[in-house]
Design a protein around this ligand. Structure first.
Ligand SMILES: *Cc1c(COP(=O)(O)O)cnc(C)c1O
Length: 385
């Protein structure tokens, strides 16, 4: 695999640590931005996927804006030099302090998720003598057919404004002097593999657009959110998500009016595959029914398997055995949920071996925590090692 050339360097480092292969990030960004330019779209990186400053710097340099879900994310984007005109702020629960910070920073758009939120943004903007750009995040009631924990566009999910509240939302916008209506936004979930879902999303957007047009309201901006999946099963073979197919699907199904701007908020799909969690085997333990590989990395470093019950590909980087065996791969944290995967087939493993957990670039390091008073994992980068 592509990590082979780094193994000697890995052996000298304290584990566990995150390793970012910046060549992979570059390759991914090059294709993504090429297609964005081809279609004349606009992209805003969803910072919550990975807010590591080095990664953000590279994405900023590639010309993307920032999609934020908290005041501190907005502030970080501003501090790193993202143009305020490219910063978007979504989230169902924006505090007054966070709204004020974002108004202060003159960001492009608040993606509003409820009618009361529009009123609060208007009041705070009035107090500060500002006019806030707002978009409506719509809940289209579409099942993204992904993991239930990361589905956001069904009627029963907490996100977005439902169709039945649109008339009221418009009345409120019309009565508010300190907000300016920019357009419509949808983000229906994450790790979406099925292109039919994106086709449906486009068709819903077309319907919503018509509703606004019938009321003679100009929808200048359309934001299709993020959500495109990466391949967790075959990360080595499928390093880059099917961007061509994705954008073709959008291009063929979304009705774009003259002068309208189309936006995207990619997160996972840009950074997922460039990140690896490298960990050392502490013990190999034969239980009564299973054999456990116990790592020095745990759910405190990468919580996705414990939180969402999902799998990451795991390989033994250093074993020279020709035998394959089956293990449960677990962490050291005092929780039974601290388990990376069950029945993993890999090379016969012994104490001291280095294992890699792949596809850890998105929702990995950024979700790291100090539970059990563990240290936060360090990060290293490919050209520097
Ligand atoms: C999380 C999030 C994204 C990014 O989702 P990915 O699946 O990582 O692409 C985009 N937009 C909003 C509003 C989000 O909350």
């Amino acid at each position: 695999m592509q990590l082979a050339r780094f193994i000697n360097a890995f052996k000298r480092l304290e584990t566990p640590f995150y390793f970012y292969d910046l060549d992979i990030l570059d390759q991914t960004l090059r294709l993504y931005t090429k297609l964005i330019r081809k279609y004349g779209y606009h992209a805003h990186y969803a910072m919550k996927a990975n807010a590591n400053p080095q990664i953000l710097e590279i994405i900023h340099r590639a010309g993307l804006g920032a999609d934020c879900v908290s005041g501190n994310e907005v502030q970080l984007a501003l501090d790193l030099g993202f143009d305020p005109d490219t910063i978007i702020y979504a989230g169902v629960g924006k505090t007054d302090k966070e709204i004020r910070m974002s108004l202060q920073g003159d960001i492009f758009s608040f993606n509003c998720e409820s009618v009361p939120e529009i009123k609060v943004i208007n009041d705070l903007a009035a107090q500060m003598g500002k006019k806030a750009g707002i978009s409506l995040r719509l809940n289209p009631d579409i099942d993204a057919k992904t993991n239930k924990h990361i589905t956001t566009g069904r009627a029963k999910d907490k996100f977005g404004i439902s169709g039945k509240d649109l008339t009221e939302a418009l009345e409120v916008i019309n009565s508010c002097e300190n907000v300016k209506f920019l357009g419509l936004h949808m983000h229906i979930g994450s790790q979406i593999t099925d292109m039919d879902v994106f086709e449906k999303l486009c068709k819903k957007m077309n319907t919503f657009q018509k509703w606004f047009e019938q009321k003679n309201i100009n929808v200048e901006h359309i934001n299709m959110g993020g959500g495109l999946a990466i391949d967790y099963e075959k990360p080595i073979e499928n390093l880059i998500s099917p961007f061509e197919t994705y954008f073709e699907t959008i291009h063929h199904n979304l009705e774009v009016r003259k002068g309208q701007k189309v936006h995207f908020e990619p997160g996972r799909t840009l950074v997922g595959q460039c990140g690896f969690l490298i960990s050392r085997v502490l013990f190999v333990k034969k239980g009564k029914e299973k054999e456990f590989v116990i790592l020095d990395a745990g759910m405190n470093d990468l919580i996705r398997p414990a939180l969402y019950n999902v799998r990451h590909a795991i390989y033994n980087l250093t074993s020279e055995s020709s035998k394959n065996k089956t293990y449960d791969v677990v962490g050291p944290v005092c929780e039974s949920a601290d388990r990376f995967d069950e029945a993993v087939k890999m090379k016969e493993t012994s104490r001291g071996d280095l294992l890699v957990i792949c596809s850890a670039g998105a929702y990995g390091q950024v979700m790291g925590m100090r539970y059990n008073q563990k240290e936060l994992a360090q990060a290293y980068y490919s050209p520097d090692l």
